[in-house]
Each structure stands twice: as C-alpha cells, then as structure tokens.
Design a protein around this ligand. Structure first.
Ligand code: CO
Length: 410
C-alpha cells in the first residue's frame, strides 16, 4: 500500500493523528488527490457554519454546541479559520489549547490559516471538511473569522449557516455585513443577557426582511448566552428543525452536491437580492503593449482603426491610446514605469488583453452594491481613468479570471 493509502486507512479507523496528517496533506495542496480517494464516503455529516463579527462569541458558542451534540453522543469535528495563522504553523497553539481542554474522543479540532485563500475560506477548508466527513464525524462545525469580504463564502461550505450577532458592538447589526443577512439559516443573538439584546433582535428581523424576501418570517432568531447556557436548548431544536426542513424539501441534496463538487451557492443567493446595477455595454478592451506606436500600426494599417489620441494616466503609470471600434474601443496601454501594473502584467504574461471594461450608469451605486455583496475589489473608491472616466477594478478572483473595469462616463 502507498503511504497515502495507509494514512487514509488509519484515518478512517478514527486515528486522530492520521486525520490530522491527512488534513495537513490537504493544506499542502493534495486536496483533490485525497478527496478522490475518499469518494463514496462523503456527504453524511451535518455541516454547520458559524459566522458573525469578531467579538460575537463564535468560539464560546462552538464549544457550547460541541457539549450539546456530545450529550446526544454525536461526534463533532471543528474547523476553525484563523486569520493570524500562516497556512499551517500558527494555528497549532489554538489546537493545543482546545485539545487540552477537551480530550474527548468524539471531538476533533483543527484551526486553519486563510493565507492564499479567496476571502476567509480556502480550498483547504473544503478538503478538511471532506476528510472529517469521510472519517465519520456526525457534525462538522466551521467557525469563521468574521472579517473579510469572503465571509459569505461560508455558504458554499456549510449545509446550514448560523449568523451570530451580539449587543454592544457599536453600531449593532451594522457590524454584520449585509451579505451575511442574506445567507443565514439561523440568526443567533449571543450574550442576550446584556442590555440592548432585544434591539439587536428587532434590527436583525428588519435587516433579514429586506434581504430574505417573503420567507423572512420563517427564519429563526434565537436569543442565547453561550457562556451561561441560556437558550442553547432552543438553538439545538432550531438546528434540528432546519435540517429537518432541508431534508423534507430535498434542498439538503442540492446544498451537499454543490458543497462536494466545489460549486457555489453564492451566485444563486446573490441573484435573490436582485442586482440594481446597470451595465450598459462593453466600453473598451485594455491591451497591454510594449510600445504604442508599434502596436498602433497593426490596428491602423491592418484593421483601419484610427487612434483618437494619446493620454498619460500618471496614477496608473501608463500611456493610453484609444482606438474606437463601433460602441467599444481598444485601449492600448504602454507602461511608463517598470513597476507599473501594465509593466508587471507584461513581465508575467507577455503582451495581451489585460482588462475588459464595462460601462455602468452609476459607478457609486455599482460600487456600493458590489461592497454589499462582498465582492472582492481592487478599488475601494472610484478613481479617474483615461478620458476623465470614473473607474473601479474588480479583482479577477471574483470574476473567474478577468480583470474587470467598471467605468462611468458623463
Ligand atoms: Co481601462
């Protein structure tokens, strides 16, 4: 038997060291190989994602839930996302603290870093969940960091998403990003023995009603105190209830299929909130070239497209030549500095299409909507591009690999 097969056999027997090593393999990049070998053993665990702002008490709630599930003799695997941890190393301390405080055979705890991941969750997270699922853990809890634009991504990893709120975090539910209001299956007001808890619940209900549509009244908001145990029995009932409904409706199959295939519920979910953004048409295609005059020869002499002038955009360290073609145009880009984005692009990929731009009617509204949906951006505020357009760039990680510019021209 190969070493990996031995490791898998041992992990499937419940050996925690082996499980841990297997997850490390996944973190080091062997995710698909490991998952392929575990196929057929996946899709049985109930995967619960816990998210919410920092300070909401996610770890305390996770620990409380572990005890509850253990009382029912269900085994629990925990994957905690730790932003301070580099891919493997730094998470060890967290593991040790938790493992020492809980030597229970039926609990497995693992922290993971977020480095290299899109937002707060990574490919490795999916791999770790699958390993724990295959190894027979009844319940898997994913605890997220509560920061970063990718937080809503939890929806692609969990069967049930629990969003935590807490009184006293300044602007109350402002601390919960709107995107999270759309994805919660259960909302939990933790530390509900503190003043202001009722108001948080009311604000949550209002927030959910805006984002969840007609179904909002059915979405539970549970008041608990993870520390004193108050309300936790209700929360457990609520979790059981949601899983029952998901089973009855068959929705659980869809969620699991997407989770296992690496698919995304995010797109489906985002559509629910209906886009208000108005994309008018393609505006231009940005082509990184080494020399504008040389490049223009092809466009002008061969395609017969006349340039409308050359402009320097200092902030972008680039000289731009526009070559209009119908409603759209080529934007030839020559770097004016070896450390500019276009120079770096050419160094990495050679000359070629560097970005694509879409014209929107209102860049500020577009930006607000993108932020609300937690889309990864390069620009947090609009800046001025060539021709006086106000532009922002969306990160290629959010667009399946296209550096996408949105521009507004008046
Ligand atoms: Co452009």
């Amino acid at each position: 038997m190969e070493e990996l097969d031995l490791l898998i056999a041992s992990a499937l027997e419940g050996n925690k060291r082996a499980i841990s090593k297997l997850i490390s393999r996944v973190e080091q990049g062997s995710s698909s190989e490991v998952i392929r070998k575990l196929a057929g053993k996946l899709g049985k665990a109930k995967v619960i994602g816990i998210t919410g702002p920092p300070g909401a008490g996610k770890s305390t709630l996770t620990n409380a839930l572990i005890s509850l599930f253990r009382q029912r003799r269900e085994t629990v695997g925990v994957v905690a996302i730790d932003p301070t941890s580099p891919f493997t190393g730094g998470a060890i301390l967290g593991d040790r603290v938790r493992l020492n405080s809980d030597p229970d055979e039926g609990v497995f705890f693992r922290s993971m870093g977020t480095r290299g991941a899109y937002g707060g969750l990574s490919v490795a997270t999916r791999g770790a969940i699958n390993v724990l699922d295959a190894c027979g853990y009844d319940v898997i809890i994913i605890e997220t960091v509560g920061v970063g634009q990718g937080e809503v991504e939890i929806i692609n990893h969990a069967d049930l998403v629990m969003v935590l709120a807490v009184p006293g975090l300044g602007d109350d539910i402002q601390a919960i990003k709107a995107g999270l209001l759309e994805i919660g299956d259960i909302f939990v007001v933790n530390k509900s023995d503190l003043p202001g808890a009722d108001r948080v619940a009311v604000e949550l209900r209002a927030g959910i009603s805006l984002s969840a549509g007609e179904k909002y009244e059915q979405i539970p908001i549970i008041m608990v105190s993870a520390e004193t145990g108050m309300g936790l029995d209700k929360l457990l009932d609520s979790i059981d209830n949601v899983f029952e409904k998901l089973n009855d409706s068959g929705e659980i199959l869809l969620r699991r299929a997407l989770r296992l295939s690496g698919g995304s519920r995010l797109g489906l979910q985002v559509n629910k909130g209906e886009s208000k953004m108005k994309c008018l048409h393609f505006d231009h295609i940005g082509v990184a070239v080494k020399n504008l005059e040389d490049a223009a020869k092809f466009y002008e002499a061969v395609l017969g497209i006349k340039p409308t002038g050359i402009e320097e955009v200092e902030e972008q360290k680039v000289k731009v030549m526009f070559m209009p073609c119908g409603d759209c145009e080529f934007e030839l880009l020559e770097s004016t500095s070896p450390d500019g984005p276009v120079a770096r692009f050419i160094e990495k990929y050679g000359e070629g299409v560097q970005h694509i731009a879409i014209r929107v009617d209102d860049i500020d509204a577009a930006l607000a909507e993108l932020k609300e949906k937690g889309i990864r951006l390069i620009d947090e505020t609009p800046r001025y591009g060539a021709g006086g357009a106000r532009i922002i760039f969306i990160h290629p990680k959010a667009t399946n690999g296209v550096l996408l510019e949105l521009c507004e021209r008046k």
